[in-house]
Design a binder for this molecule. Structure first.
Ligand code: HEC
Length: 324
């Protein structure tokens, strides 16, 4: 989009009071803001947590470049509902400035472990570059005034990163210039794909598979491939492929203690129970199995010294279960 328009939008988002500069669209939305808030309060019962799913995805895409996981999405939406937050990101930028609880919630993006891993060592220029890629699908010119606007605002301390990513997203969705409309299409396609991806995580196995840095990176690159021309309906194949890959790559779930206990009963107790237990290690006691866990791992998985001479015929599958 042209820089001057970008700055206007940015300024409207950041300084909503200076509305004379914002053009017709923004003025009318500002006039509507007060009655709409009132309506939101009166109609609280009609707002459901699901109504916040799009804004949650918008915030995740802007900040993390990925779709929300179902648990994160639901928690975030439930908290927004409880705070009676707006469901629209334009109004959210106002609410952020006016309501400390909403601000704290949005700011939690910036204090998360994922944020530290993604941006921890990087400066604000690196941060703004990533947010532009997440929201607009292109690398910004670091000399452009649109870019410098955000970088300087962050460097000056007048703006924090959570607020900046939300405002850049809000600006992209509000921009009605020709380039802005294309950008808006890209963002909306990414939100639609992200929403469909999160909805596709419909079993515990799939939900658990979408965790950790590698899974996040896979979904990040899937979303990065979505642009203004993406046909969201046919992209569902890419979504199910991504889910299948996540499930295939997921580490096996940790076995339950009962499973481990059954193996120990069968393979170890002949020599490790009661008063005559070898090496004084009574594996008939759960407390000893827990306290000796590291030693059991060492003897069974690393050195394979136990069971002694494999007298009890322990299988490799059983050693794998002990390992997990
Ligand atoms: C055939 C008998 C026998 C079986 C079966 C057996 N152990 Fe042992 N275990 C021993 C003996 C004997 C020692 C003492 C070895 C030593 O002190 O060098 C021992 C020692 C150990 C030790 C202590 C090692 C150390 O360095 O202090 C651990 C832990 C252990 N066994 C775990 C197990 C586990 C777990 C199983 C089942 C998967 C198992 N053992 C099955 C005979 C057995």
């Amino acid at each position: 989009m042209p820089v001057s328009n970008f700055l206007k939008i940015a300024a409207c988002v950041l300084f909503p009071v200076v509305l004379a500069a914002c053009g017709g669209g923004s003025e009318s939305s500002q006039q509507a803001a007060a009655p709409m808030r009132l309506a939101a309060v009166q109609a609280t019962a009609q707002v459901a947590a699901e109504d916040y799913f799009p804004i949650v995805q918008q915030l995740y895409i802007a900040y993390f470049g990925r779709a929300a996981d179902p648990v994160g999405r639901n928690n975030f939406a439930a908290q927004l509902l409880q705070l009676n937050a707006p469901t629209d990101i334009q109004q959210m930028t106002d609410a952020y400035n006016n309501d400390g609880r909403i601000r704290a919630l949005v700011d939690s993006f910036g204090t998360s472990d994922e944020s530290k891993a993604l941006f921890g060592a990087g400066d604000n220029a690196a941060f703004v570059t990533v947010i532009f890629q997440n929201v607009l699908g292109r690398t910004p010119d670091p000399a452009s005034s649109g870019f410098l606007f955000w970088e300087n605002a962050l460097n000056g301390g007048g703006l924090n990163r959570s607020d900046a990513s939300m405002s850049i997203m809000a600006g992209a969705l509000a921009n009605t210039t020709p380039q802005g409309l294309i950008d808006g299409k890209l963002v909306n396609n990414r939100v639609a794909v992200a929403s469909a991806f999160t909805a596709a995580l419909d079993t515990d196995i799939k939900i658990n598979a979408y965790s950790g840095a590698a899974a996040a990176a896979l979904v990040r690159s899937m979303l990065a491939s979505v642009d203004a021309n993406t046909d969201v309906a046919s992209f569902s194949t890419n979504i199910s492929n991504a889910v299948n890959t996540l499930v295939a790559n997921a580490p096996p779930p940790a076995p339950t203690f009962q499973t481990v206990r059954a193996i120990i009963n069968q393979r170890c107790l002949t020599c490790h129970s009661g008063g005559g237990a070898q090496a004084g290690i009574r594996l008939d006691l759960d407390s000893v199995v827990h306290s000796q866990a590291a030693m059991i791992y060492q003897q069974v998985v690393v050195t394979r010294f136990m069971p002694l001479g494999n007298a009890t015929g322990m299988t490799d599958d059983e050693r794998d279960i002990i390992k997990n």
